[in-house]
Ligand binder design. Structure first.
Ligand code: CA
Length: 483
């Protein structure tokens, strides 16, 4: 019966099903930019509290193992919309535009009878398609500004006085107030925060004056790991600017002392930006409660990828290491998703579109490579759920000196291959690098401090994972680098 009902939503009977009152849930999808799970108290943060984001976790499910397939802003957003890997949807780097003519989640939710909207960060280098209402950050480069952002409302650009996180929430609330009440809504509320350069508003500027706890590997020496790890230029202190610090670099501070000081400076501003996001999540949840919409609305909180908060001495993302790879994902839908639940299945940003379409009563689009994890959300993970996944970062030595790499992560292990060759993603030809591998045993070494690649005890694991990597690469239609 369940299956019949869902099929009815998906087919020509969709309208009839809607008319009969069996309406699929509203969906409020809140996504911030570069918000690490380690800065959310529902995920056990040691550095801050996020009482409003935690409301979603309390009323729904916390996904412990949600990962992105390419840890960088524009590509992850394209993966989320298309349900396809970067090499298939064409958005491999920060600079690649999404082909707006492609089928994607917004368009398919429209076809499923939803009123669709997006407010905030789009950053796909084209005008949004598939949204009945859109108002997105534009200058500079689709990144937008924290203060007095320039936004394009359906193609008409103007400056919005105020703070971006508040404004994006105001616009989201405005859409909800004016929505077509005859249809379910699908609203994507996409924050700019807490993206670099971490500019908080005055309201939160006084927070975090006590020292913020340091991660255990803030002063990492990169022993037992790749040159890639050691040479990357995303180090707290050395690889930051006065724009990041919002003040001159203190004279005489170098090495670990600089890192210690810069960590506090960085984290204060990062967490202040997060505090504003959390307040604004609260405003949206309060609205749903007040309008008696909470029961009928699925609420999602996520971020386009993870972020280093001093682990390995880093900020930023890109690497296949855990803090960068892991996305926070909290989903609440009373009556359908158990409250206060935790799930440890391997789910991907690739799965978001198929999952939301599933709740909308629709099949995944043709060519979508992700798989709906609706069953897992309802507390019954299929036996054949994935036990491994494929990752690839393409921007060889661009911006933060992270070499291009691909790899496989299973529930216990992670194998990474830095293939060491320039891909020519930018005008300049980056230096060639010797290829190198890393293998982490996440059970014994959850902080990824020691690559065991090359250790005899792991020879069998390496062999299996290389075979799995080749299998996955073929399955998703990518090809190995042949330098
Ligand atoms: Ca991002």
């Amino acid at each position: 019966m369940e299956r019949l009902t869902r099929r009815a939503f998906g087919g020509v009977l969709g309208g009839a099903a809607l008319a009969a009152g069996r309406r699929p849930p509203n969906i409020l999808y809140i996504m911030s930019d570069d918000h690490a799970a380690n800065a959310i108290s529902a995920y056990g943060s040691r550095v801050n509290r996020t009482p409003n984001i935690d409301r979603i976790a309390r009323g729904g499910m916390r996904m412990e193992n949600c990962f992105c397939t390419n840890s960088i802003c524009t590509p992850s957003r394209a993966v989320i919309l298309t349900g396809q890997y970067s090499h298939i949807n064409g958005v491999k780097t920060l600079r690649d535009p999404l082909d707006a003519g492609r089928p994607h989640l917004g368009k398919m939710m429209q076809q499923a009878g939803y009123q669709t909207a997006i407010a905030g960060k789009w950053h796909l280098h084209c005008e949004p398609t598939g949204f009945d209402y859109w108002n997105v950050l534009t200058r500079p480069g689709g990144q937008g500004l924290y203060h007095n952002p320039v936004m394009s409302e359906m193609g008409s650009e103007k400056t919005y006085p105020g703070y971006a996180t508040d404004i994006i929430t105001d616009l989201s609330l405005e859409f909800l107030r004016r929505r077509d009440r005859k249809r379910p809504f699908f609203l994507m509320c996409h924050h700019k925060a807490p993206h670099r350069a971490w500019q908080p508003d005055a309201k939160h500027a006084g927070m975090y004056t006590d020292p913020i706890p340091e991660p255990l590997n803030l002063y990492d020496r990169y022993e037992h790991r790749s040159q890639a790890a050691a040479r990357a230029t995303l180090k707290i202190g050395d690889d930051m600017t006065e724009t990041d610090f919002k003040q001159p670099r203190p004279p005489g501070l170098t090495g670990d002392a600089l890192r210690k000081w810069a960590y506090q400076r960085y984290m204060q501003d990062y967490l202040r930006c997060v505090a504003s996001v959390d307040d604004n999540v609260g405003r949206l949840l309060d609205y749903l409660d007040r309008e008696k919409l909470s029961e009928d609305t699925m609420v999602i909180y996520t971020s386009d990828q993870g972020f280093f908060l001093g682990e390995h001495g880093y900020y930023d993302k890109r690497f296949m290491y855990e803090e960068s790879l892991r996305m926070p994902l909290l989903i609440r839908k009373p009556g359908q998703i158990p409250a206060g639940a935790v799930n440890r299945d391997l789910v991907l940003n690739l799965d978001f579109a198929p999952t939301l379409l599933d709740f909308a009563g629709r099949k995944a689009g043709p060519g979508m490579q992700g798989r709906s994890f609706r069953a897992a959300l309802e507390g019954r993970t299929p036996r054949d759920w994935r036990r491994s996944f494929y990752y690839r970062y393409w921007m060889h030595l661009a911006d933060h000196g992270v070499p291009a790499h691909y790899g496989v992560r299973t529930r216990r292990y992670k194998l990474i291959y830095y293939y060491g060759q320039p891909l020519g993603t930018s005008g300049s030809l980056p230096e060639p690098r010797a290829p190198e591998w890393e293998l982490f045993d996440l059970e014994k070494d959850p902080h990824e401090m020691r690559s065991v690649y090359g250790e005899p005890a792991y020879a069998g694991v390496v062999k299996e994972l290389k075979a799995e990597l080749a299998r996955l690469q073929k399955e998703v239609g990518d090809t190995p680098w042949e330098g």
